[in-house]
Design a protein around this ligand. Sequence first.
Ligand code: ADP
Ligand code: MG
Length: 230
Amino acid sequence: MSEPILTLKDITRQFDEAGHKLDVLRGASLSIEPGELVALVGPSGSGKSTLLHIAGLLERATGGEITVDGTRCDTLGDRERTALRRTAIGFVYQFHHLLPEFSAQENIILPQMIDGVSRSKAKERARDLLAKVGLADRATHRPGQLSGGEQQRVAIARALANQPRILLADEPTGNLDEHTAEDVFALLKGLVHETGTGALIATHNLDLADQMDRVLEMRDGHLTALRKAA
Ligand code: ADP
Ligand code: MG
């Protein structure tokens, strides 16, 4: 077995809302290996987004241990967490979160330049990634000039720009019609297997969940493995 690329151990997350304590995560644990595509399912409000934001080092847990690519993250300071997030983690949101005033290509170039890649190298990689997601001819389009499915393809390309070890996606097809969702998911799956990155993908779509290597269900703040339909 290879080393896990992402390990969460006994993650807790408590929100304090106007003096009322809400325990959303109550000891959630998981481990993902390189090349594995894992589905995260569970009712709305069960804590899927909260877990993904914690795994993506976008938010801090109340307790528990996070290890990304061999580095313990829960004990790191903000600066180190930001650096690790930039290099090791790709994140895809339900709504693309692309920068509206920049072209598709610029949206993929920027995170690379922030990571110290030269503009020419970043541009070359952006072109490669756009070709991989089938949008070579949309490089200069701004997000507002793209369809929902195309926006998500660009968001996926951007998430892969810095060759992350782990890809996290929060209902990446939740905003798309059924057919487009299938297409975007197929693309995501192909890229995960091609690049050997690990992936954790929250979805409401049980057909898509079934196409992944494993399915984890969030319930009562815990994660449990679901048996896949045969
Ligand atoms: P899911 O993604 O599974 O629908 P979320 O992780 O978005 O669930 O939310 C889980 C629960 O945590 C919800 O009850 C939500 O209201 C609550 N929650 C999420 N973020 C916050 C926050 N910043 N402050 C207070 N409560 C929150
Ligand atoms: Mg959510």
